[in-house]
Design a protein around this ligand. Sequence first.
Ligand SMILES: [Zn+2]
Length: 137
Amino acid sequence: MSEVREPCVPRLFNEEGGARLLGARCRGCSTPYFPAPAHCRNPDCGGSDLEAHGFGGSGTLWSYSVANFAPPAPHKFDAPFRPYVIGVVDLDEGLRVVGQMAGDAEGMRVGARVELVVEPVYHEGGKAFTSWKFRLA
Ligand SMILES: [Zn+2]
């Protein structure tokens, strides 16, 4: 029996065919963005021709921090609260992204290879509410 999954925030990511962050790339200068902005923010570009791009795959853990306290509302979590890890990851596609790390702090180290995944953040009303996370590869 598989659980019903629903994104915590719609239209930011998907998981069909592999986890993807739904961002954009500038057609003028190739700068990657997540989430997609209205205009390119590269001061040397100034373009506004952005194309949708799904970022995923592997990356490198740039930095991380362990949160030993429960996040404030409106963030939700499954009780009882368990410390979790927030990572900053450089995806191989050129995007630096903040996200929760799957699992606990054991084995975390700057420079570790990670992969983008979509996993439950909390459960409510019989559903698993998901977000993107990074898992040690
Ligand atoms: Zn640009």
